[in-house]
Design a protein around this ligand. Structure first.
Ligand code: CO
Length: 187
């Protein structure tokens, strides 16, 4: 079962896992409203998004995916790094290009090849309203751009160049694991 539930319960944290809005709900294809109030409600929204993303085993989630029409998204940058909170994000620079496979919590069982910039620089706000910049490459740049697209009502299905079946995806993951083991890396 889900180990994190047990850990969080031990710490007395109340989890708020919300239902994920699935395509073709209209809210997913609308441009979200700018956040103007950096208050407790916003913090609660971010916390609910985090709990929902972890429960769904996602690497990112946008507010409209839990039914909230605001420019708020979070991305798990991986490798033990912090979760990035993106409020009113703007892409300020891009570079290069890469094709890789994406999925989306709002499209269960749809995976496909999507071309995106290899590098991105984003300006966004923290939950306290302060402005920051973040640069990312490769997979994390892809995750940031996928979530920012959500806030503009742009869904990844409109960008898929080639659909990848679940069977193909599983075969690729197995191959990757075998390669990683061969190189003595942790999978
Ligand atoms: Co998505």
């Amino acid at each position: 079962m889900l180990d994190f539930l047990n850990d969080d319960r031990k710490r007395g944290i109340e989890l708020a896992v919300r239902e994920i809005v699935k395509y073709p709900a209209p809210i997913l294809e609308k441009k979200c409203k700018e956040v103007v109030k950096f208050d407790r409600e916003l913090a609660n929204l971010l916390d609910d998004m985090y709990d929902t993303m972890v429960a769904a085993d996602g690497v990112g989630i946008a507010a409209p995916q839990i039914g909230v029409d605001l420019q708020v998204a979070i991305v798990d940058m991986g490798d033990g790094q912090d979760i990035i909170e993106l409020i009113n994000p703007e892409v300020v620079a891009i570079g290069g290009s890469e094709i890789d496979i994406e999925g989306c919590l709002s499209f269960p069982n749809l995976f496909g090849e999507v071309e995106r910039p290899y590098y991105v620089k984003v300006e966004a706000q923290e939950r306290d309203g302060s402005i920051y910049e973040i640069e990312a490459e490769d997979y994390t740049a892809r995750a940031l751009l996928h979530e920012i697209d959500h806030l503009n009502g742009v869904l990844f299905n409109t960008k898929i160049k080639k659909i990848v079946t679940l069977e193909e995806l599983e075969a690729m993951e197995e191959e990757m694991e075998m390669l990683a083991e061969g190189q003595g890396e942790e999978a």
